[in-house]
Ligand binder design. Structure first.
Ligand SMILES: C[S@@+](CC[C@H](N)C(=O)[O-])C[C@H]1O[C@@H](n2cnc3c(N)ncnc32)[C@H](O)[C@@H]1O
Length: 820
């Protein structure tokens, strides 16, 4: 046991504030030095003392770590989307911006251009270490920043911390897999997982669609739905606002195999699925892969959230441990036998990491049921350290001095020491400690949990944040011995003001506020009932196994006991005391007349499923948007919507109603949406326009409503010739990949509207500008709007009897930005 007094020195050693010129970090390159961005003092006695007390790393390495901790984090991002698109956008970035930035100087020194992060394959992840001041003031960086912003909103680039990209890589997700992301907001890892489930689906679908019969299509498991991925991502977060951020983040991927829910992950509901052709007993979904990127104290994010320096206290980790264990156990229950779960935190504290892993494995029945996978062969370029086998647990103690503030910290090696110390009535520390926070002891060689297989990424190893990652494999169905919350409650821990135990207060705080790499951890407000003698001797109870098989059930306090109980639990989980609200949705019948009209108009193959279209308004059709989902997503939504499962998002918009008077064809009154156009296009036989010339695309981008007179004299090359033959309505504009000087690096498909006297590419202004920047290096080019001048446009519209255009002029613009 180690004890320390109040104001301790800087145990981490090294540079206290990290902003002295000439630090080691600044010597690493000849490029412009990075000055700290924030003026917050980068020091905290307790924080530095805890990690300096031995067990983490040697003195020299620790000194290096603190040095890095006190500097700003490099900006990082990854190229996303399907691989071909991502590689093409990456190449444009490399060829255009790297040489320009490399050729510039700042105050007589060369500017350091962005570099690929070697831990990840294919140069898809990059970081930029240059000082933010230089980035803000340098013209070449400014141009590059615009590219970054434009491609981020187009979904080709994702701004994400390097270490945050690691966990999905270790999940080893394949396209046909069913994956649960338990604590998913704001959604950067969900986006990675969605991309993995998608795989090379677009190529597979093209192949399947171009073959003439079902039996020619790809039937290999993962893509057995006519080339479409059969996988599914269920992304969940308990926090309403953060679930909204999650929707925003993943929506731009236009992924029909995605469901977003809002539940407490520790009591995540079992989702009912079809029983199979033979019928019989109810079936519940088990996941091939689970990501538990749990709420944590977040001290690994210190370089980004400099507030950690001011706010770090050992209580944060202690308050979160119980919730983290409960989430991990629930994740393991929901995992298929043989499946993989990745547990991760952006904290370096073993109480939130190795202790959680060990405690959960122990409660699940030991390493014969769940084991820690050795991942040495995976991502070999990612520098990491093995998990800890021993550690100390630190607590702040309130020696009740006059100001009633904590003045001491104490580090414990064994839970038994805690038991002795709490007899000291003048101290209020340790009331929230449980045996599971300590290193496992008394285990035989067979029982030993290989915690060394856990992975620790420290800031100094590759200039990142700190992170903890563990890969678990479920070898057998599990029985949970006991849940930690029960241990705490049974042990008679003192209570907070609102009557819940301290660890519950911690979990409540996380439920309402969240804590992740993008958020600074906040203190848990606790109020101890001083004078109450806590009884922490709960070890025996903790060891007593509860004999129910909880693989599909859970014996937690307030958690899932039985499938029938789920409704009650959902009610309990709703923070306002209101019954859980789910987003309304209704699937349309396969023979719905509107679907028939639309699919006939676009010549959609009979092989494209008609039973997966849904609306989100209670009146059904007339709806103004029609969504599409995958088959499994449909089954889950329909079978669980009356069970109280809180679905907050699902479906990709494929059709949008469009008021148009120039046609009597009911199918023409629906337009294709950029969101869902790629899902439909391979199956369409009508209204397809092929674009081969990049110059024509440029014209369509810089001109809105170019004239297409009835006499056929247009200036739109072969695209104009093809559109001239079309009736009023929406069309698929297929842009082909081409090589050579004026090349198009990847194929695209966009919606284009044929008016009686003009045409218009139906993309948002944002996407229009992003495409012009990506392919022509044009920053803010003037966009000609042929209907801008109201009067002239009205006349033009009348002249060509284009009622639609005239209406658009009244509203200034036809592009429906709101839907983007
Ligand atoms: C570390 S962040 C997750 C970051 C996310 N995986 C990503 O990559 O963007 C933890 C998240 O857990 C959520 N959370 C907190 N308590 C939770 C609970 N009991 N169940 C589910 N989510 C919870 C928080 O709202 C927060 O968004």
């Amino acid at each position: 046991m180690a004890r320390g007094g109040s104001k301790r020195g800087n145990r981490g050693g090294g540079n206290r504030h990290g902003n002295k010129k000439g630090s080691k970090r600044n010597d690493r390159s000849n490029a412009v030095r990075s000055e700290p961005w924030s003026t917050i003092p980068r020091t905290n006695d307790y924080y530095e003392a805890y990690y300096s007390q031995g067990g983490f790393m040697g003195y020299d390495e620790l000194t290096k770590m603190w040095e890095y901790m006190k500097t700003d984090l490099p900006t990082s991002w990854r190229f996303t989307g399907t691989k071909t698109d991502a590689l093409a956008v990456r190449d444009i970035f490399k060829e255009r911006y790297i040489p320009r930035i490399a050729a510039t100087e700042w105050e007589g020194q060369p500017v350091q251009p962005p570099e690929p992060v070697s831990a990840f394959p294919d140069e898809l992840t990059w970081h930029m270490k240059t000082d933010k001041k230089v980035i803000r003031r340098n013209k070449q960086f400014a141009e590059f920043q615009k590219f970054l912003v434009a491609e981020t909103s187009s979904g080709n680039i994702s701004r994400q911390e390097v270490v945050s990209m690691v966990p999905p890589h270790f999940l080893d997700v394949k396209p046909g897999m069913v994956v649960l992301d338990m604590c998913a907001a704001p959604g950067s890892k969900s986006a990675q997982l969605a991309e993995m489930i998608h795989g090379d689906e677009e190529d597979r679908v093209q192949m399947a669609a171009s073959s003439n019969a079902h039996d020619m299509s790809d039937k290999s498991g993962d893509y057995s739905d006519d080339g479409r991925s059969t996988g599914l991502l269920v992304a969940n977060d308990t926090d309403y606002k953060r679930a909204g951020m999650l929707v925003h983040q993943v929506k731009r991927l236009n992924f029909p195999n995605l469901i977003i829910t809002q539940h407490d992950a520790a009591a995540y509901p079992s989702l009912e699925i079809p029983a199979g052709p033979a019928g019989g007993k109810k079936k519940y979904l088990k996941f091939d892969r689970v990501l538990a990127d749990v709420p944590c104290s977040g001290d690994g994010t210190t370089r980004k959230n400099t507030n950690v320096w001011q706010k770090w206290t050992p209580k944060d980790a202690l308050g979160l441990h119980g919730l983290q264990v409960r989430i991990l156990i629930r994740g393991l229950q929901l995992l298929k036998k043989g499946g993989r779960l990745v547990y991760s935190t952006c904290s370096m504290n073993p109480v939130e990491n190795e202790a959680v892993v060990a405690d959960a494995i122990r409660q699940c029945g030991g390493v014969s049921k769940v084991t820690v996978v050795n991942c040495d062969d995976h991502l070999p370029n990612l520098i990491r350290r093995p998990g800890l086998k021993t550690w100390k647990v630190m607590d702040m103690s309130s020696v009740l001095l006059e100001d009633k503030k904590p003045h001491m910290f104490t580090s414990w090696e064994k839970f038994e020491e805690v038991r002795e110390s709490v007899k000291d009535e003048n101290r209020s520390f340790s009331r929230n400690m449980t045996p599971g926070m300590f290193p496992p002891t008394n285990m035989s060689e067979e029982e030993r949990i290989p915690l060394e297989n856990c992975m620790r990424v420290y800031p100094h190893l590759q200039d990142t944040s700190g992170f903890f990652i563990t890969v678990l494999e479920k070898k057998e169905d599990i029985k949970v011995a006991q849940v930690p919350s029960k241990t705490e409650e049974e042990s008679g821990l003192t209570e907070t003001q609102n009557g819940t135990s301290l660890s519950r207060a911690g979990s409540k705080r996380q439920r309402s506020e969240g804590a992740d790499e993008s958020q600074s951890p906040k203190r848990v407000k606790t109020s101890f009932t001083n004078g109450t003698e806590p009884d922490i001797v709960a070890t025996e109870d903790t060891q007593t196994p509860v004999t129910t098989n909880v693989d599909a059930k859970m014996s937690a306090n307030g958690a899932v006991k039985d499938e029938k109980d789920t409704k009650e639990i959902f009610k309990k989980l709703n923070r306002n005391g209101q019954p859980a609200q789910t987003e309304f949705f209704e699937y349309l019948a396969p023979d719905d007349p509107t679907i028939k009209n639309i699919t006939d108009f676009f010549g959609i193959s009979a092989r494209f499923p008609r039973n997966r279209f849904m609306v989100k308004n209670k009146e059904g059709i007339p709806a103004n948007k029609i969504y599409y989902t995958s088959e499994l997503a449909k089954d889950i939504l329909t079978m669980n919507k009356d069970r109280g499962v809180k679905f907050v998002h699902c479906g990709v918009v494929t059709f949008m109603s469009h008021k148009v008077k120039d046609t009597d064809n009911p199918g023409a009154k629906w337009r294709l949406q950029d969101d869902g156009i790629r899902i439909l296009e391979p199956w369409a036989a009508k209204r397809i326009i092929t674009l081969k010339s990049k110059a024509t695309l440029h014209k369509l981008l810089i001109e809105m409503f170019p004239i297409m007179p009835k006499d056929g004299k247009h200036k739109l090359d072969d695209v104009g010739d093809q559109l001239a033959e079309m009736d009023v309505g929406c069309c698929f504009l297929k842009i082909e990949k081409s090589d050579g000087g004026d090349s198009m690096p990847f194929p695209m498909v966009l919606p284009v509207w044929r008016h009686p006297g003009s045409i218009n590419l139906m993309v948002s202004n944002e996407d229009r500008l992003a495409l012009l920047l990506r392919f022509w290096d044009e920053l803010n080019p003037p966009i000609i709007n042929h209907v801008k001048d109201k009067q002239a446009a009205k006349e033009a519209a009348l002249a060509v009897e284009d009622q639609e255009t005239a209406l658009a002029v009244e509203g200034q613009e036809m592009v429906d930005i709101e839907d983007k």
